[in-house]
Every structure is written in C-alpha cells, then in structure tokens.
Design a protein around this ligand. Structure first.
Ligand code: PGA
Length: 259
C-alpha cells in the first residue's frame, strides 16, 4: 500500500428513499468504530433525492462519512430536464461524483466524450470525479480487456486537469462482475490497475499517477475486501449491493483498513 489515502465508496444506485437513506446511514455509522474511518475516506452515494437529508444528518451528527453523487450534468445550468448540475451538488456538500458508471454508459448511451465533460465539470467545481471504466464479458473473453479499458481511460480523461492527484479517482469495474457475484481475480484486478496507472502516467506524468487513486468495483463484499485492498495499485473499492447492508458495508470498511 502506498501513501494514497484509501477510499471506500458505497454506490446505492436507485435504492432507498430519503427516509430509508437516513436509517441506513445511521446504521452504518453505528457499526463503525473510530479506528475504522481513521486514515481512510468513506463516501456514500445515495440517489439525488436523499442527498439533502444525508447532508443534514452528516453535519448534525458529525459523521466521518462523505457524500457523493451518482451522476451529474456537464453544464452548470440550463434547459436539461431531469438533470442535476455539479454546482447544485456542491451546495449540498457533495465532495465526490461518479461519472461514466457502466449502467449509464449502457442504458443512457454515455460515451467517453460525455464522461470527460462531466469529469471536467466536477473538477472545475472542486469535486472529485470517480471516473468509471470497465470491459464487458466479450472483451474479456477475447483478450481485449486491457485495450478496451485503457481506451476508455484516455477518452474519459480528455482535457481533465485535476488541481492535484488526489482530486481524481478512477474506478475499474469489469461489467461482468457488477451485481453478479463474480469478482475479478486479484491478479487480474492488479494487472488492470497497474495498466491504468501506466496510462495515467503517460497522460499526467509519473508523480501525478502515483497520487491518483484507483478503485476496484464489482461484487465487492466482506469476504473479498482484504485480498483486493492488499493489491499494490488498488487504493479502494466502489461497492454496490453490499453497501446497502449496514453490517456488510461496515465490515468492508473495517476489513479494508486492517490490511
Ligand atoms: P456491485 O456493484 O458491488 O453490486 O457489483 C458495483 C457498482 O456497480 O458500482
């Protein structure tokens, strides 16, 4: 493990209304010890409708948990029905925003150019984008996983200039591992993370690449967190399903730190 601050992110997707979200976050906090969040950053990304409630809860109870959003629009404002801008998120103390999740790439036809615009908007407003990349099953089986993922990294970072390396996070999430119970082997995850860091180094230089955090995502759970966090180039995880269980998410946070 390097001196990059580990980052554990819960992606709640389209689960939990704002009242349920309050309960879930309270339960996560209840299960955490002070040491669990010492030296690592924990972020939850609820649906937009719960951001305001969780902002209030985090502030009033001084919870050691940050707030993230699951998506954003690249423009600051405008005629974009149904969208939410980064400045609006910033006003709710949202510090991180997921961009280019595979579910958005797949179901909303988002391409690398749009993902890069979103990442640029996040950086411009002082938020940390969590840029998601990952190959589908066919690319993995045909031996093209690295080629596909590195092309996504290059395209999704076009003209993205974070003020410092800690202000950029890249999440490697193989599409075939999301919500399926199948996880990349530690060897595959490390190999891809190292290749991504190499591409980041080509783009920003070696010093910046050393500071950018790389997450793994795809069926992360308490049983596999240790082997993932032990990997040299994996600095944290993006957790979907298991982050909806307060007990499991707290275990992931605690086990991840103990590595
Ligand atoms: P999962 O989702 O942990 O349920 O596989 C991960 C993600 O989509 O970010």
């Amino acid at each position: 493990m390097s001196d990059r601050t580990p980052l554990i992110v819960g992606n709640w997707k389209m689960h939990r209304d704002h009242l349920e979200a309050i309960q879930l976050l309270q339960r996560v906090a209840y299960h955490l010890t002070e040491e669990d969040t010492d030296g690592q950053t924990v972020v939850v990304c609820p649906p937009f409708t719960a951001l305001r409630s969780l902002q209030t809860l985090i502030a009033s109870d001084r919870l050691p948990i940050g707030l993230g959003a699951q998506d954003c629009h690249p423009d600051a404002e405008g005629a974009h029905t149904g969208d939410v801008s980064v400045p609006m998120l910033a006003r709710l103390d949202v510090g991180h925003v997921i961009v280019g999740h595979s579910e958005r790439r797949l179901h909303h036809a988002e391409d690398d150019a749009l993902v890069a615009r979103k990442a640029r908007a996040a950086v411009a407003a002082g938020l940390t984008p969590i840029v998601c990349v990952g190959e589908g099953e066919a690319a993995r089986e045909s031996g093209r996983a690295e080629e596909v993922v590195l092309a996504q990294v290059r395209g999704s970072l076009a003209d993205v200039e974070p003020a410092d390396p800690a202000g950029l996070v890249i999440a490697y999430e193989p599409v075939w591992a999301i919500g399926t119970g199948r996880t990349a082997t530690p060897d595959d995850a490390q190999q891809m993370a190292a290749a991504i860091r190499g591409t980041v180094a080509e783009r920003y230089g070696a010093a910046t690449a050393e500071g950018v955090r790389l997450l793994y995502g795809g069926s992360v759970k308490p049983a596999n967190i240790r082997s993932l966090m032990a990997l040299a180039d994996v600095d944290g995880v993006l957790v979907g399903g298991a982050s909806l269980s307060a007990e499991d998410f707290a275990l992931i946070i605690g086990h991840g730190r103990a590595v």
